[in-house]
Design a protein around this ligand. Sequence first.
Ligand SMILES: [Zn+2]
Length: 103
Amino acid sequence: MGKEASADGVTGGEQISIGDYQRRPGMTATLTPPPETAAPAADERCDRCNASGKLRIVLAGGSELVFCGHHANRYAEDLVKITVDYSTEPDFDWRGSEMITKN
Ligand SMILES: [Zn+2]
């Protein structure tokens, strides 16, 4: 009796109906933007002295350093070589900001 009833045919791909299915924007939680480098907080102190921090730099390894205005400018030449990101107090004009290329 070997008659094959071939109800064959390629099962045409899956049907996706998005007619009345509302996608909500921003449901992808996988893409998290990198945290912004924030200016030093009021209670953060210079790495070299005890003055209040004016500049925060982020090093290649991800560690951070905070310097007061005096030391930030004093070490500017060296700091720009190791800085991958930085942020300054709004009223502080860091000498290194002219030497560094910030993406
Ligand atoms: Zn200092």
